[in-house]
Design a binder for this molecule. Sequence first.
Ligand SMILES: C[S@@+](CC[C@H](N)C(=O)[O-])C[C@H]1O[C@@H](n2cnc3c(N)ncnc32)[C@H](O)[C@@H]1O
Length: 217
Amino acid sequence: MSFEIADQIAFIRRNLMVRPVPGRPDLALYCAHPGSGLHRLDALTGRIDGAVPPYWAHIWPGGAALAQHFQADPGCIAGRTVLDLGAGSGLVGIAAARAGASRVICSEIDPLGMTAIRLNADLNDVAVEVAGDLTDRALPPADLIAAGDLFYDPDLAKTVLGSLRQAAEAGCEVLVGDPGRAYLPRQHLEPLAGYPVHDFGDAPGDPDKTGTVYRLS
Ligand SMILES: C[S@@+](CC[C@H](N)C(=O)[O-])C[C@H]1O[C@@H](n2cnc3c(N)ncnc32)[C@H](O)[C@@H]1O
């Protein structure tokens, strides 16, 4: 079954809701809500077992922490080439573009996520480039790589850490945003700052958690 880019755009516009980002109300994203019916995507896209869930339709605390950090410390971004690895909605890359990055590349494995990133960048009036999975090769040259909330799965954590360490050894600065996921490689990370965040699945009245921004050392 073909679910072309025009169909993807129509689905996102029709079924997701534009919402401000908690902690960054100057940014907005297409977000899932109880009526979005994202389960229909399995049939529409012909997804099979093992396909990536639609993470792009949610705001993740690791990305929200990085987005707040870029606003608090735009000097870490301004004029730099930034790679947003595992971009999801594109929040991290969009926040980097807003903070004055000279070039932003958002890497996302899910084709529908790639479409959502383009829509979200348009919504926020910023320019980002969109790429698919880059972890099977040397990451493209960047001054800074930002990885939001990628340490929730052991295999992904291992792959991502390998790619990030390789880039850091080549001289790239690497920042990680994370709320304390199970596979966070703390022994390689230096905490820089913490920000109030909500986690996916938290109810609206639940207390904030802390999303920490780390530098890979
Ligand atoms: C928990 S979400 C975090 C999204 C975003 N970084 C944020 O913090 O809002 C993880 C994202 O990584 C993506 N992903 C997983 N493996 C990937 C890979 N090898 N290359 C690029 N993206 C990947 C998933 O599809 C998902 O959108």
